[in-house]
Structures are given as C-alpha cells and as structure tokens.
Design a protein around this ligand. Structure first.
Ligand code: NAD
Ligand code: UDP
Length: 329
C-alpha cells in the first residue's frame, strides 16, 4: 500500500514512517518542519519506497498517484509548541484535517486521525473511557489544541457517516521515546535533559498530578494495528501505568544518577490533574496492549539523549517559555 503520513518529520510521524516501510509499504511523508526536524527522516532519504513533500497541510494539499491510506499526524503537540503556535495549531487541526480528509476521499483511501487524550480535558472520569465526552475549557490556553482535535474528530466522523470514507480515530495518551526534541517542554524530555545537563528538574505544581506514559514503539504498534484492523470509533492507545509527576521526576533522578535537585514551579492553567487510559477497547478489538514498562522505556530514552545531547541536530531552536507562561498566570 502507498500511504501519506502528514507530520512525518515529527517524533511519532517519523517512527510511523519506519514502521510502514518495515511492513513493506510505500510512504509519502509530508511536513513543513514547524515543530519537526529533517534529521528525524534523514535515514530514509535514498530509500526508493520513501518520498518527501515539504508542505503546509493547512493549505490545499494534492499528492499525485494512488494512495491507500492518509495518516494525519501533523500538529504541534507539546503544550509549549501549541501555546507559541495557537493559530497554526487550530488551522492544522481544522483546515489541515479537512484537506487530508478531502485527499483521502478523492483517492478512495483510508483516513487515520491522530487525536489525543486532551479531548478529555481535565477529566472528571478516571480512567478515561472512549465514551467519556470530556471537560475542556474552550477559551483557556489549551483550548487551541483540545478544540482543534475535537473538531478534527467531528469532521472525521462526518466524512465517515456522510461520505462513506473508511476512517480511524486514535486518542493518543502521553508518549515518549527517541526523537523527541530535547527542549520540546514535555515532561519526559524536560526531566531527562535537565538531569543529564545537571540542571534542576522542574516539577510544575506539587507534582501530585498524574500521567500514564507509553513508549513510542508500543504506541506505533497500536497505531499500525488500529490502521489495519480497527473501526471508525475512537480508540484509546496508551499505557495505563499511572505515575505522579513527582514519582516520574524521582525515577529519572534514579535512572540517570544525577545529583541535580528537584525544584517546583507554578502549575500551568488548566493542567489536567489526572490522566490514564482505559484500554479495554484496544485490547478487545485489536489484541493490543503495551509491552514496554516505564523503567525500561525511560532507560532507552535516557540512552538516546545521552548519545545525542550536544550534537547540532538536537535543538537548533531557542528554548521557549513553558506552557501557560504567556497568559496563564
Ligand atoms: P511533533 O511536533 O514531534 O510532530 C508533529 C509534526 O507535524 C512536526 O514534524 C511538524 O513540523 C508537523 N506539522 C505541524 N503542523 C504542520 C502543518 N501545518 N503542515 C505540515 N506539517 C505540520 O509531535 P508528535 O508528538 O510527533 O505528535 C504527532 C501527532 O500525534 C500530533 O497530531 C499530536 O497531536 C498527536 N499526539 C501526540 C502525543 C504524544 O504524546 N506524542 C499525544 C497525543 C497526541
Ligand atoms: N510538567 C512538569 N515539569 C515539566 C514539564 C511538565 O511538572 O518540566 C508537568 C505538566 O505540568 C503536566 C505533566 O508534567 O502536569 C505532563 O506535561 P506534558 O507537557 O508532558 O504534557 P501534557 O500531558 O500536560 O499534555
């Protein structure tokens, strides 16, 4: 099958390109590098089954030739990215999803939307099942991401219902691993980079908020299985192993052996207090569940950052203010 992956130069998109190529497919990668990096796909250049198009999917998007799948992963995804790029985030979730759906419809291709656990907002149901509608502040700082993804889910379901497009919606929970940008502001990359650089690990708030962390290879396996064997209903893919942010910081300190201290900074506005996927549906419909525990996944990610920190590819961009810093407090 020939598939289009938008957001191909990003963290998840690049791993997904690798997986589709490994399964024998042909991949067209599309990206405008707003939060991704060419180095994430440099190893694919020269592979006859990989093509790359530099393009903004929020503008009219045409790809010549047959396509069996369109996987829409383009979107800023880290809170500091979508706070710095609020309009681009809204556009890629709405206009970008519309363009990608239109392309899938024109090609008779299966469409796959990368949605997020953020559609549940600051959840009042725990763990989060797919039937929960969420608790989102549309005009808060995170609204640009959350509402764009909620719109994206709605238009994806509408194309399925009214145009008969074969669609999938995945709700991805916090995923980490190699190829995250070291200064992308997400908690796992922040803590590891801080620990390895001997900088204080910054816990926002008292660190009692929880997240459930999925290693990239598990997430990509769930994505692939959902693409091949799933149905149109939203499906949570994540690791239900839940940690407080404080526990995560302590684990990173232990695994890196750093002597860096842990410090506390203010909690960003609307920061969800808990997050944990209910993956009953993925287990039942796809036979999928995560296999890499957080300790092992963190060890592999630490090793990646150890090898890459300080190399020019790692973070050419200036570190930016963290989530919520502009308007939140
Ligand atoms: P990322 O920032 O590493 O990758 C996103 C990629 O999309 C980047 O390469 C960026 O340059 C590209 N992009 C953004 N806007 C674009 C546009 N208008 N046109 C073309 N390319 C554009 O983030 P990621 O973590 O790999 O996330 C990928 C997808 O998965 C996103 O849609 C995100 O919402 C979703 N997701 C990720 C997580 C996670 O924990 N990583 C959790 C939930 C959802
Ligand atoms: N966080 C933190 N220190 C950091 C970065 C993040 O304490 O340096 C917290 C953040 O406030 C949130 C959790 O870690 O409670 C996860 O943040 P992340 O940005 O990774 O993603 P989110 O799940 O909030 O989208």
């Amino acid at each position: 099958m020939r598939v289009l992956i938008t957001g191909a130069a990003g963290f998840l998109g690049s791993h997904l390109c690798d997986r589709f190529l490994a399964e024998g497919h042909t991949v067209v990668g599309l990206d405008n590098f707003v939060t991704g990096h060419p180095d994430n796909i440099a190893h694919l250049m020269g592979d006859g089954r990989f093509e790359f198009i530099r393009h903004d999917v929020s503008t009219f998007t045409y790809v010549p030739g047959e396509l069996g799948g369109v996987l829409h992963f383009a979107s800023p995804a880290s809170p500091i990215d979508y706070l710095e790029l609020p309009i681009q985030t809204l556009k890629v979730g709405s206009l970008g999803t519309h363009n990608a759906l239109g392309l899938a419809k024109a090609k008779g291709a299966r469409f796959f939307l990368a949605s997020t656990s953020e559609v549940y907002g600051d959840p009042l149901v725990h763990p989060q099942t797919e039937s929960y509608w969420g608790n989102v502040n549309p005009v808060g700082p995170r609204g640009v991401y959350d509402e764009a993804k909620r719109f994206a889910e709605a238009i994806t379901m509408a194309y399925h219902t009214y145009h008969g497009v074969d669609t999938r919606i995945i709700r991805i929970f916090n995923t980490y691993g190699p190829r995250m940008r070291p200064r992308d502001g997400r908690v796992v990359s922040n803590f590891i980079v801080q620990a390895l650089s001997g900088e204080p690990l910054t816990i926002y708030g008292d660190g009692s908020q929880t997240r459930s962390f999925c290693y990239a290879s598990d997430e990509v396996d769930g994505i692939y299985k959902l693409f091949m064997h799933g149905d149109a209903n939203p499906t949570n893919i994540g690791n239900p192993d839940e940690y407080t942010v404080k526990q995560l910081a302590e684990l990173v300190v232990e695994l890196t052996g750093t002597s860096a201290p842990i410090v506390h900074e203010p909690l960003p506005v609307d920061d969800p207090k808990v997050r944990k996927p209910d993956i009953t549906r993925a287990r039942a419909t796809l036979g999928w569940e995560p296999t890499v525990n957080v300790r092992d996944g963190l060890a592999r990610t630490i090793e990646y950052f150890r090898q890459h920190l300080g190399t020019p590819m790692m973070d050419p961009r200036t570190p930016r203010p963290r989530a919520g810093a502009a308007s939140a407090r």
